[in-house]
Design a protein around this ligand. Structure first.
Ligand code: SAM
Ligand code: SF4
Length: 326
């Protein structure tokens, strides 16, 4: 699919639940988010129809996210059905890792290619403070299990926030010396106004690069995949690599290749715009496969050219990230 600005859209992010077993301070408010009821979120059947329509239109990669995707029952079977689509899209998962050790092997068998594990600190006490829940050791066990079963290359997502955990950027980067992992630093995005950290807590991409450059010579790597949003680096002698995702400061909108589906079945053409199209209503009216495909094309045409975060008239949206899927 091509959008109005000539971008090829071949990546679908399905947020399969709004529920989460953590309460990360930059993502979810501690309270005041009512969970969606069972009938409000798209069923696996409905998600599969959307995925099949997208794959038929050229989507090559499907990422499952949330909320925390591993808290939704039946995920392994759903992965198997996605992997069995005739176009064989690549299936990936973004998870906080808490339940990963229990499911890594069966997810791999079901056809999952890779996982991104979100981890924002290597310090157990800070983990509890940042996520408002215990579970640090479980995440480490999840990482180990993912590596053991071959859900690789393993990627770790870290969101550095000034005055909170940005002092750990070098510690995370150091992990790539001994492990063949990709440690990805994602700029904190002030996408909603009601979270614990104000926009001033942003730790921009250039500061991230400066923070890990103290470890020694850093090589910038060429990017092979045009839709990949990370700038890539390697520390001298490292097994793994470092990604920096300058979501806000050097926006990658001109390379955006994605569509998002929220848990309650809204198609979201842009992460940073609250424009959403009601896919669930269409599915539940008994739409044909051709109509679902048409709707996906409409969403692609509705993609804005770029985001306006950081500009004077930008207004944060009303959805916390857990309701979109990142
Ligand atoms: N629960 C899963 C997890 O944490 O990996 C999947 C959903 S989470 C919303 C997806 C990604 O969004 C995570 O890597 C998380 O760190 C990131 N994220 C959430 N809120 C963010 C924010 N305000 N700025 C930048 N990244 C954010
Ligand atoms: Fe949950 Fe992921 Fe948001 Fe943390 S970042 S609250 S784990 S959805």
């Amino acid at each position: 699919m091509r959008d109005n600005f000539g971008r090829t859209i071949n990546y679908l992010r399905l947020s399969i639940t709004d529920r989460c077993n953590l309460r990360c301070r930059y993502c979810m408010p501690v309270e005041g988010v009512d969970s969606l009821g069972h009938g409000q979120i798209l069923s696996y059947e409905e998600l599969l129809r959307v995925a099949a329509a997208a794959a038929a239109l050229g989507v090559r990669k499907i990422r499952l996210t949330g909320g925390e995707p591993l808290v939704r029952k039946g995920l392994v079977d759903f992965v198997a059905r996605l992997a069995a689509l005739p176009e064989h899209p690549e299936i990936t998962l973004t998870t906080n890792g808490l339940l990963l050790a229990d499911h890594a092997a069966e997810l791999k068998r079901a056809g999952l290619s890779r996982v991104n594990v979100s981890l924002d600190t290597l310090r157990p006490e800070r983990f509890a403070e940042l996520t408002r829940r215990p579970g640090f050791e479980q995440v480490l066990a999840g990482l180990a299990a993912a590596e053991r079963v071959g859900l690789s290359p393993l990627k770790i997502n870290m969101v550095p926030i000034a005055g909170v955990n940005a002092d750990e950027v070098a510690d995370f980067a150091r992990l790539t010396l001994a492990h063949p992992w990709e440690v990805r630093f994602i700029e904190f995005m002030p996408v909603t106004g009601n979270l614990d950290y104000p926009p001033e807590s942003r730790f921009p991409a250039d500061d991230i690069v400066a923070a890990f450059s103290v470890l020694g010579p850093v090589e910038e790597l060429p990017r092979h995949d045009p839709g990949a949003v990370a700038r890539l680096y390697r520390l001298a002698g490292a097994q793994g690599r470092i990604g920096v995702i300058p979501a806000v400061s050097h926006h990658f909108c001109h390379e955006c290749n994605r569509l998002r589906v929220t848990p309650e079945g809204r198609l979201r053409p842009c992460l940073f715009s609250d424009l959403e199209l009601d896919l669930r209503a269409l599915l539940r009216r008994g739409a044909s496969d051709a109509e679902v495909q048409d709707f996906l094309r409409q969403a692609v045409c509705a993609k804005p050219e770029r985001h306006h975060i950081g500009e004077a008239d930008f207004k944060p949206g009303c959805r916390p990230m857990q309701g979109i899927g990142g």
